[in-house]
Write a protein that binds this ligand. Structure first.
Ligand code: GLN
Length: 247
């Protein structure tokens, strides 16, 4: 069994240590004896939709997004649509989430076209939504609390083709109004959660790993449970901070 990951724009999109999500995929696979192969695709690189089962797009500031957006559309958009259409996992965080949608309009009024993998649109608001965030997320019939940190100007609205990743318990989420955070379509997941996202949310990391392995093998892998004591403590701290933010 091998987990094949493609890390998109690792140099340009790595705000708030988003690269740490890749470290989690590597570690949680290695602890279970699963090989994990991470390829990187940067500016100008084309990607093979069948060579990887999980594609990862981290977050970045507006200027990083402006650098990668035209390249994403020109050299990787079609392949990502093909990959997602055949069950590949795509995880897109913050700036990456915005570019996985139809477009992002920055506060200076300029608009960056995204790849429309998620039916969402983002427009920057007058202020930034910053702080710890807690959500209730349901995946594969299981419901869990997911925590992280948000810092974005963008307000993201979901179209009919996307459903939210979760319901906000504390924090702002997609737009500070709808009560929703992130977006999903099949195994494509967009979220504003940094921190990075996965070290504090091992349940979510394991769901994504399972989905990716399932695409390759055609069946649900048995993922051995891991002792997640440290992760649980980190979650508690984040839940406490998010709770104080809303109170
Ligand atoms: N440019 C985006 C915003 O501020 C993304 C920020 C980020 O990735 N942290 O809305």
């Amino acid at each position: 069994m091998k987990l094949r990951i493609c890390h998109l724009y690792p140099r340009e999109l790595n705000i708030y240590a988003d690269r740490g999500n890749i470290a989690v995929f590597r570690r949680r696979s290695a602890w279970r004896g699963i090989d994990c192969e991470v390829s990187e695709a940067g500016l100008g690189d084309s990607i093979d939709p069948d060579a990887h089962d999980l594609f990862y797009l981290g977050g970045g500031q507006d200027r990083d997004q402006a650098l990668v957006a035209p390249d994403l559309v020109a050299t990787k958009g079609d392949a990502l649509h093909r990959a997602a259409g055949s069950g590949a996992v795509v995880l897109a965080v913050c700036g990456g989430y915005q570019l996985a949608g139809h477009c992002y309009t920055a506060s200076d009024g300029s608009t960056l076209a995204g790849i429309g993998l998620l039916d969402v649109d983002t427009v920057a608001g007058a202020d930034r939504l910053i702080g710890d965030l807690a959500l209730e997320v349901e995946l594969d019939g299981e419901s869990r609390r997911v925590v992280g940190y948000e810092n974005h100007a963008g307000r993201t609205r979901l179209g009919p083709g996307a459903r939210p990743l979760g319901r906000v318990i504390a924090g702002a989420g997609n737009d500070g109004e709808s009560g929703f955070e992130g977006a999903r379509r099949d195994r494509v997941v967009g979220t504003y959660l940094h921190g990075p996202l996965l070290p504090k949310n091992p349940w979510l990391a394991d769901r994504l790993i399972s989905w990716a392995l399932r695409r390759r093998t055609g069946r649900d892998p048995e993922l051995e449970p891991l002792l997640d004591d440290l992760e649980a403590k980190a979650r508690q701290v984040a839940v406490g901070r998010a709770g104080r933010r809303s109170g």
